[in-house]
Design a protein around this ligand. Structure first.
Ligand SMILES: C[S@@+](CC[C@H](N)C(=O)[O-])C[C@H]1O[C@@H](n2cnc3c(N)ncnc32)[C@H](O)[C@@H]1O
Length: 242
């Protein structure tokens, strides 16, 4: 009887639909939504580890970088583009007026809300992957974007810098970073990724920048007082909205 039923089922079962094609690089939402399905998978995608102690110490390291470059002030409204699970927000929020974490992934936004629920001045915002539409003009004092540009197309890198200019108040500061193709560590990183066969490269595979590329974007977007600093394999570029 069971065999007859199985045969009937086989005969009349609809064929499974083919799996959806993998996302293109510019389909940031689809890519990062899947990577951030659980808190642990999100943490692995953000940093390659889940250890909370490491999250805190690396968050403090980024805070120090911000202090030494663009400066941090207690009355700052701060916006992070591509905020992940709030690694940096967790250490910045207690020391600023408001910290806004914007991310393309609704799952990441959910992780931020849960993880930083004790901090009343934290806001997590889902964005479309291409602009900062939910953020009003001239409403922010500091915009930063760290460990994100390597996952973006060049156009989106520039879009976000233009958007940073829009949402910053005059005198507001911006900071962005990426792996620097022009230093030895950055070049070793680039060569390591040669091992992916072109057809197997994941859509989020890291792509480097040069300092000139990032300085060019800030200059063209209208920023002034543009400076740069090397931080291990990263180039960090920052400036001020006149
Ligand atoms: C490597 S993680 C870095 C997270 C965080 N900046 C940190 O340093 O802990 C990259 C983050 O960028 C987000 N992201 C990727 N593409 C994006 C896009 N087009 N717009 C906004 N966020 C994006 C991802 O969802 C992820 O949270």
């Amino acid at each position: 009887m069971r065999r007859i039923l199985r045969n009937i089922r086989r005969r009349f079962a609809k064929p499974l639909p083919p799996p959806p094609p993998p996302p293109f690089r510019h389909e940031y939402k689809r890519t990062w939504e899947a990577l951030a399905a659980t808190e642990d998978s999100a943490k692995m995608a953000v940093s390659g580890y889940v250890d909370e102690g490491m999250y805190r110490s690396h968050g403090l390291k980024t805070k120090r970088l911000l202090e030494e470059t663009v400066g941090l002030r207690p009355d700052d409204v701060i916006l992070e583009i591509g905020a992940g699970v709030g690694r940096v927000g967790a250490v910045l929020a207690p020391e600023c007026r408001r910290w806004i974490g914007a991310d393309v992934s609704a799952n990441m936004v959910g992780h931020i809300r849960r993880r930083l629920a004790d901090l009343p001045n934290v806001e997590a915002v889902e964005i479309n992957g291409y602009d900062l539409a939910p953020i009003p003009d001239a409403s922010v004092d500091l915009v930063y974007c760290t460990v994100v540009f390597m996952h973006l197309e060049e156009w989106e890198r520039y879009r976000y810098i233009r958007e940073a200019f829009r949402v910053l108040r005059p005198g507001g500061r911006v900071l962005v970073d990426n792996v620097n193709a022009l230093n030895d560590e950055g070049w070793a990183f680039f060569e390591q990724l040669l091992s992916f066969a072109p057809e197997n490269r994941p859509p989020f595979v890291s792509k480097t920048s040069t300092p000139q590329e990032l300085v060019n974007y800030l200059t063209r977007a209208g920023f002034a007082q543009i400076e740069q600093r090397q931080s291990e394999l990263f180039i960090v570029v920052y400036g001020v909205k006149p």
